[in-house]
Write a protein that binds this ligand. Structure first.
Ligand code: FAD
Length: 272
C-alpha cells in the first residue's frame, strides 16, 4: 500500500504543466484529484517516475456557456458539476450523474478531466460524455486538438491522449431533446456501477458493459426505426462484452442492461 518512489512537480500554469510533462516523457503522469491515480500507485499498478500536479490550475475549473455550447474545464470537480446552475439548467444529465459519483469526499477531489482521461469502463462520466456527444479538447506542446468522445476511449484505461497531452476542456452541445436519464445499479449507494446507463434524447451509452464505455448502438438503431422503449431496450446487450466478476456473471450484467435501459428510456420519454 506504499507507492514506489516518484518525483513530484507542481505546475502553476497550463504551459508549465506541458513543459514539465514533456521533460518527464513517457514515465510522467498528470495528477489531478488523485482519486484514481493514487490508489493505483499504492497498489503499484501504476509506477510513474514523475507526477506533474495540475490540481491547482484553477484556470481549468469552470462551467460556462460558450458559442452556443457548454464548456467545462477539465479540472472541474464532480461536486462543482453537481452544483452548477448552468448544468442543472442546460445539461441536467451531467449535473445529476456527477452527483452520483462515489461519496462527498470523492466528489470534492475527483475531476471530470481525470475521470475521462482515466477511462475506467465502470466510471460514470465517460458514458455521460458519449451520450451528450461531447468533444474533448486536448493540449500538447504543438497546440490544441479536439477529439470526439466517440473516438476518445480506445481500450481498457486507454484513450486517444498522447503522452504529455493535457485534457483542458470538455465541450458539449446543448441537447435538442429535453429527455434524459441516468440509471446506475449498485449494491450500496456509494459504489461504482455494476451497470449504468446514460440517455440523452436518442443517444444511449452504457457503463461497465465492456472494456470501454460504449454507445448502445442496437438500441439507438431500434429507436431510430420507431421502436417503443421496451422494444428498443431488449437490444441493450447486443454488441457488448461485459466482465464476469465478483459483482455478477456476464448474463446478469446483460439482464441489468436491458432492465436499466428500459427504465432510462421510459424516464427520458416522460421528461422529453
Ligand atoms: P487522477 O486520479 O488525478 O488521475 C487519473 C488519471 O487521469 C491519471 O492517469 C492522470 O494522469 C490522468 N489525468 C487526470 N487529469 C488529466 C488531464 N486533465 N489531462 C490528462 N490526463 C489527466 N468514479 C465514478 O465514475 N463513479 C464512482 O462511483 C466512483 N467511485 C469512487 C469511489 C472511490 C472510493 C474512489 C477513490 C474513486 C471513485 N471514483 C468513481 C473515481 C473518481 O471519480 C476519480 O476521481 C476520477 O475517476 C479520476 O479523477 P481524478 O481527478 O481523481 O484523477
Amino acid at each position: 500500500m506504499i507507492p514506489a518512489p516518484f518525483t513530484y512537480k507542481r505546475a502553476a500554469s497550463v504551459d508549465e504543466a506541458l513543459d514539465l510533462a514533456a521533460q518527464a516523457g513517457e514515465e510522467g503522469k498528470f495528477l489531478a484529484g488523485g482519486h484514481s491515480l493514487m490508489p493505483l500507485m499504492k497498489l503499484r499498478l501504476a509506477v510513474p517516475e514523475t507526477l506533474v500536479d495540475i490540481g491547482r490550475l484553477t484556470e481549468l475549473s469552470y462551467v460556462r456557456e460558450d458559442d452556443g455550447q457548454i464548456a467545462v474545464g477539465a479540472l472541474t470537480t464532480h461536486g462543482e458539476l453537481a452544483r452548477s446552475d448552468v448544468l442543472r439548467r442546460e445539461l441536467p444529465l451531467l449535473a445529476h450523474a456527477a452527483g452520483q459519483v462515489g461519496d462527498p469526499q470523492v466528489r470534492h477531489c475527483g475531476t471530470i478531466g481525470g475521470s475521462l482521461a482515466h477511462a475506467d469502463p465502470a466510471a460514470d462520466l465517460p458514458a455521460v460524455a458519449l451520450a451528450l456527444g461531447a468533444t474533448l479538447r486536448a493540449r500538447g506542446q504543438s497546440g490544441s486538438r479536439d477529439i470526439a468522445a466517440d473516438d476518445f476511449f480506445l481500450g481498457l484505461f486507454e484513450t486517444a491522449l498522447q503522452p504529455g497531452e493535457l485534457l483542458t476542456e470538455i465541450r458539449i452541445p446543448k441537447p435538442s431533446s429535453a429527455g434524459w436519464s441516468f440509471q446506475k445499479f449498485t449494491k450500496r449507494g456509494i459504489d461504482w456501477a455494476i451497470v449504468g446507463v446514460a440517455v440523452q434524447g436518442a443517444n444511449v451509452a452504457l457503463v461497465n458493459m465492456g472494456a470501454t464505455p460504449i454507445r448502445a448502438g442496437a438500441v439507438e438503431s431500434a429507436l431510430a426505426s420507431g421502436a417503443a422503449p421496451r422494444e428498443a431496450a431488449a437490444h441493450a446487450a447486443e454488441g457488448t462484452n461485459p466482465a464476469d466478476d465478483l459483482n455478477g456473471p456476464r448474463a446478469y450484467r446483460e439482464h441489468l442492461a436491458r432492465v436499466l435501459v428500459r427504465r432510462a428510456l421510459e424516464e427520458s420519454s416522460a421528461r422529453g
